[in-house]
Design a protein. Structure first.
Ligand code: ADP
Length: 333
């Protein structure tokens, strides 16, 4: 159970705007619902902009009501839709956007998204002074200041379901499978899925392991006695890496199949963990705005709500926990 701080009301709010931005993540809807219902229960209106910053810049906001956010808790994706918006990189556009929001009676903005979206939120506040609060919404879990981001747990479970099935086939055919999972350059999904799926090896982003190194690494573990094996590969930045590695393994006399899980990991109904995380963070976002906070992201650390300056997010890289790396290696040996 996560502890929520009780905060005194310091700021009068009439209207909060909400966007979901960057890559979609399961649980974003649960956060929109929690914000809307928490705000609504205090007489504060919420408005949604469609397609992230694009909607905020170019389109009118639409009201969200207690009932309009009904039946979305269990839905993946985001009812507000999401997008990337080049125009928002321009400070002049951010100023115009803040003026338009103020003209509509909006006192604050909540941004649910990844590190890019949260960095944009910081610039928006720095340029315009309109209070902004961020929530970490990304399957990649690559945001500093929080143990988990909204969507990560669901993506891990989705990838695991696929891995368990692939393992059945690997076992039946005595085959080596390379399973590529998402997570951009961060490796959090790969490490979690590798541990939870009992992978014989995990290839993290930027490791650039070649066929010889992988075979040598596997030869040092129990894998040498096994005909079937499963290696989890983080997607990294080279989209051809996993298929090339499988071909190179074949050329080295160890045939392997590449299986790229791709976008099936992004959608789907959010896990219980993600629904609770999004609900707690969404409700606490309203508390924090009312208490006068701005320019921060809320996350979860050591069982409690944690606040991180939005400015930090674009500058710091979240590191994979050393203990988990050691654990993955011990369990595969
Ligand atoms: P994610 O939030 O998933 O990391 P992106 O990095 O694509 O996704 O960022 C989403 C959007 O956030 C961008 O299209 C842009 O509108 C906005 N954004 C990202 N970085 C900045 C920045 N430095 N300044 C202003 N806006 C930004």
């Amino acid at each position: 159970m996560w502890t929520l701080p009780e905060l005194p009301v310091q700021r009068e709010l009439r209207r909060i705007a909400i966007i979901t931005s960057g890559g979609d993540a399961p649980g974003m809807n649960a956060a929109v619902r929690a914000i809307t219902r928490t705000a609504g229960s205090r007489g504060i209106e919420t408005l949604g902009a469609d397609r992230g910053y694009s909607g905020l810049v170019h389109e009118p906001l639409r009201p969200l009501s207690m009932s309009s956010v009904g039946s979305i808790l269990q839905r993946g994706g985001t009812i507000l839709k999401t997008d990337r918006c080049e125009a928002f990189m321009d400070p002049a556009v951010r100023l115009q956007t803040a003026d338009a929001l103020r003209a509509q009676g909006v006192d604050a903005l909540i941004v649910i998204g990844g590190d890019g979206s949260l960095t944009g939120a910081h610039h928006f506040f720095a340029d315009t002074g309109l209070p902004v609060l961020g929530l970490p919404g990304t399957i990649d879990n690559d945001i500093v200041g929080t143990d988990d981001s909204i969507g990560f747990d669901t993506a891990v479970n989705t990838a695991l379901e696929a891995i368990d099935r692939i393992r059945d086939t690997a076992h039946s055919h005595d085959r080596l499978f390379l399973v590529e999972v998402m997570g951009r350059s961060s490796g959090f999904i790969a490490l979690s899925v590798g541990i939870a799926g009992g992978a014989e090896a995990i290839l993290l982003p930027d490791e650039a392991v070649n066929a010889e190194t992988l075979l040598a690494r596997m030869a040092q573990t129990r894998t040498r006695e096994k005909a079937s094996s499963l290696v989890v590969v983080a997607e990294g930045t080279d989209p051809t890496y996993t298929t090339r590695l499988a071909a190179d393994l074949g050329a080295q006399g160890r045939p392997a199949r590449a299986c790229i899980l791709g976008h099936i990991q992004r959608g789907g109904s959010p896990s219980g963990h993600d629904r609770v995380l999004a609900s707690v963070l969404g409700a606490s976002a309203v508390d924090h705005l009312q208490a006068g906070y701005s320019d921060i992201m809320l996350g979860i650390r050591e069982g409690a709500i944690a606040r991180t300056a939005l400015e930090r997010i674009g500058h710091e890289r979240k590191k994979l926990p050393e203990a988990w790396l050691a654990l993955a290696s011990t369990l595969a040996s």
